[in-house]
Design a binder for this molecule. Structure first.
Ligand code: PAF
Length: 281
């Protein structure tokens, strides 16, 4: 297992690798779980070389406390990756190494994708994500890059980023991995108390019920129903629930049979913010 902290070390490593060999990249912020490992396994299956980047990107946090509390577990992450394959290359830079000219984001126009849901509730978040992903692609020069559908909005934005900036990388979205209870795997789950972790399964259960209801009810009726369910829940606080067009992520007013729709949710369990989403048709 190679662990590089410097951009130059990673560059030197790949200078000896044939251009014919494919490179897969799995960008992460560490605190790895089975969801990340499923991305890594897909990348290992598809490519000759796999880089897993581990970097808690400060510019995508709109909340200083959230950044401060974000788990940093490099030793455990490396152990988990070694179990998956010893040939993985870990790139774990410092903030100084990445943001040489100051910790700040570039600004992007993702055509409105960045203004809704996570973009609306986390000011500047997608500028931070765009900045770090563009930097990581420039550093690692992957042929393929893997992202989980739990962050479905992020996935759409990264697809838009590579098309806007003409970055030669295939973006591959991978299915959400869930805990046995249905709760979507997330590094933030580790911060939940056992009681909240059990209760958080209510999120996916409600999404599934909403999906069923969407067969016969309007988006507005389903949204109202979900809001009512959370109003009755004493431990979970709904931040948003919305039904959108699956491509442009804009909230829909009316259903059209031929279109694809998705429901998105963000919930607070105490101060821990959890997100999830589901394809509705
Ligand atoms: O999904 C994440 O973990 C992060 O947003 C990413 C893509 C690694 C960028 O920091």
């Amino acid at each position: 297992m190679h662990i590089f902290h410097k951009i130059e070390e990673l560059g030197n490593h790949f200078s000896t690798v044939s251009k014919e060999e494919s490179v897969g990249m799995v960008p992460t912020m560490g605190a790895l779980h089975k969801g990340h490992i499923s991305l890594v396994k897909k990348a290992l299956n598809d490519n000759n070389h796999v880089i897993v980047s581990i970097f808690v990107n400060p510019t995508q946090f709109n909340n200083a406390e959230d950044l401060e509390k974000y788990p940093q577990t490099l030793k455990e992450d490396v152990a988990l990756l070694t179990e998956a394959s010893k040939k993985i290359i870990v790139f774990a830079p410092s903030a100084q190494e990445i943001y040489k000219s100051g910790i700040k984001s570039d600004t992007y126009n993702f055509g409105g994708l960045e203004k809704v849901m996570e973009g609306e509730f986390r000011d500047g978040h997608f500028d931070g994500v765009g900045t770090i992903v563009e930097k990581l692609f420039d550093i690692g020069k992957p042929d393929n890059a893997y992202f989980g559908e739990k962050d479905y909005q992020q996935l759409q934005i990264i697809k838009k980023l590579v098309s806007l900036k003409k970055i030669p990388v295939n973006i591959i979205g991978c299915p959400i991995v869930r805990e046995e209870s249905g709760l979507a795997m997330s590094s933030r789950n580790e911060r939940l108390t056992p009681e909240l972790r059990t209760e958080a399964s209510f999120i996916y259960k409600t999404l599934n019920d909403a999906k069923q209801k969407f067969g016969t009810k309007s988006a507005l009726e389903v949204t109202k129903w979900v809001t009512e369910q959370f109003a009755k829940n004493k431990l979970l606080e709904l931040e948003y629930f919305t039904i959108t067009n699956a491509d442009n992520l804009q909230t829909i007013k009316r259903k059209i049979k031929t279109k694809k729709y998705r429901a998105f949710i963000a919930v607070y369990a105490k101060d821990i913010r959890l997100i999830d989403n589901i394809a509705l048709n």
